[in-house]
Design a protein around this ligand. Sequence first.
Ligand SMILES: Cc1cc2nc3c(=O)[nH]c(=O)nc-3n(C[C@H](O)[C@H](O)[C@H](O)COP(=O)(O)OP(=O)(O)OC[C@H]3O[C@@H](n4cnc5c(N)ncnc54)[C@H](O)[C@@H]3O)c2cc1C
Length: 479
Amino acid sequence: MYDVAVIGAGVVGALTARELSRYAIKVALLEKADDVAMGASKANSAIVHAGFDCIPGTTMAKMNVKGNQMMESVTKELSVPFKRNGSMVLAFGSEDEAMLRELVDRGEKNGVPGMKILSGDEARELEPALSAEVTAALLAPSGGIVCPYELTIAAAGNAMDNGAELFTGFEVKGASFADGVWTLQAADGRTEKAKYIVNAAGMYSDIIAGMLGDFYTLRPRRGEYMLLDREQGSTVSHTIFQCPSAAGKGVLVTPTVDGNLLLGPTSVYQDSRDDRSTTAEGLSDVARLAAKSVPSVNTRAVITSFTGLRASRPEHDFVIAPSAHSPQAVELVGIESPGLSSAPAIAVEVVKILGEMGLSLTEKAGFNPHREGIPKFREMSTAQRQALIERDPLFGHIICRCETVTEGEIVQALHQNPPAHDLDGVKRRTRTGMGRCSGGFCTPQAVEIIARELGISPTEVTKCGGESYLLTGKAKESC
Ligand SMILES: Cc1cc2nc3c(=O)[nH]c(=O)nc-3n(C[C@H](O)[C@H](O)[C@H](O)COP(=O)(O)OP(=O)(O)OC[C@H]3O[C@@H](n4cnc5c(N)ncnc54)[C@H](O)[C@@H]3O)c2cc1C
């Protein structure tokens, strides 16, 4: 019996579980995939938005600005890289310039600090690669970048280190309430009981809400991206937006915290909640629109492309509220962008709501907000590398040459909370195979290490769980 069960281990569910793990209560994190961060939190723009885009007075606006302010300390505690690189919204003529003034107005009402409108020349002085057609730009120094899945993994890991329990492969298919207790049924027949539940199921949160008697509409909105080689990472230093429209924040050009350059996303509604394929049409739109902001952008240096799905409500605002029709349940629905930026603030809000519902919140002695991540060999000085190898010789064995990832890092990824079970899980935790060769050189060695550490045969190692056996199955088609 748990005090709280959080359904969904995306960035919102993971940070909520972590926030709950501060208290002397039993917390379960239930995730249908075989790892955390497998929904929108895996594939997005990775921007910590400043908060000037949100309509003043919305829940989205409040959570965005508060989450942005919290991101520095949360990422520091969790040893996750975060950079306040600042963002720019470009204007290409007088209509866009009017939009910039509107954004400043919204930003001031939302409490965004330090915004400034620059002339086209001032913008190009800061970012020489910008188009000569740029007539003005809104500069927001509080904008930042973070790795969304690294943050999710670290938050779930820290929650687990503080006593929360993670159940993967637990797809909630039914929920019933009797005698003050929720029973959650999984698709595979397992059940878990909890006094309070939190619906953080992202793209499926309307379906979970339906089980609780609440009615919400979500429409999946796809966003396609191109990720460019590290060589392109210094093309710009700020996150470069175009003016937002009804379709969203537009195509951006941004460095990532790992030094790549990211272009995208598109914004197209679709029926499927799961179709994350990329399309030639979508990627060519991304390339064309990115070149409008930064003409020199070199899309031939693409190393991968991907699609993320936004859980969009027609109202375009977050629902963070007690269930209207069920007791002891909190609904988090429509957490589309800026949900990543808002996640630390949403987690605090959820705990507040649970406290108001009657959950006893006594701070736990010994809660440790800190999590040491996996050492990043590629970022270390020679002296640091030597000290690490002396401590553990596995850090002296490079497996991924493109990203300089060592055997020691892979081994740690397979044992540290929440442990990786497959190649993609190792990749998200260490960047093994994320470089230019896309795993061509390191995959066979990584498979051997995974098999050895998990005590299984190499033929049983999967790319992404299920039937995606790397040596004998159709790994690509299954993931
Ligand atoms: C294209 C795109 C670009 C974006 N860019 C940004 C950005 O730059 N900045 C920003 O702030 N935000 C951005 N966002 C929004 C941000 O990614 C999301 O708001 C955030 O990741 C939502 O996190 P979540 O935990 O609510 O959902 P998710 O990450 O989707 O997690 C939900 C989890 O619930 C699990 N689940 C679903 N159903 C069940 C079930 N029945 N039982 C158990 N588990 C279940 C899923 O497997 C999943 O792991 C973007 C989103 C997209 C798609």
